[in-house]
Design a protein around this ligand. Structure first.
Ligand code: SF4
Ligand code: F3S
Length: 106
């Protein structure tokens, strides 16, 4: 499966959603996740994300491994997003920030 990591938090550019052939993105207030039960590993979303938030599970950086379980957990709680929408209003201000996990809204 593919995994959305920290860079997405408070950005939510949603370019990834448009290319997913199986509509497996799930949307929370300020973050998206990928449903690991649905992702078919097509790789298309990786290049679409302007903040490079998406990784193959095996390639998730060591300091972001918690996002693997978080994508699985939150995908069971959040509903689908199947069309691109505007990014969050201050997305560009948050795009380069690190250590954003405490900003995640469930
Ligand atoms: Fe969707 Fe493909 Fe990305 Fe998986 S790898 S989330 S199937 S676009
Ligand atoms: Fe998030 Fe990147 Fe998609 S910021 S919403 S993973 S395009």
């Amino acid at each position: 499966t593919y995994v959305v990591t920290e860079s997405c938090i408070r950005c939510k550019y949603t370019d990834c959603v448009d290319v997913c052939p199986v509509d497996c993105f799930r949307e929370g207030p300020n973050f998206l996740v990928i449903d690991p039960e649905e992702c078919i590993d097509c790789t298309l979303c990786v290049a679409e994300c302007p903040v490079e938030a998406i990784y193959a599970e095996d390639d998730v950086p060591d300091d972001q491994r918690d996002f693997i379980a978080l994508n699985a957990e939150l995908s069971r709680q959040w509903g689908p997003i199947v069309e691109r929408k505007d990014a969050l209003p201050d997305a560009d201000d948050w795009a380069q920030r690190k250590d954003k996990l405490s900003e995640l809204k469930r």
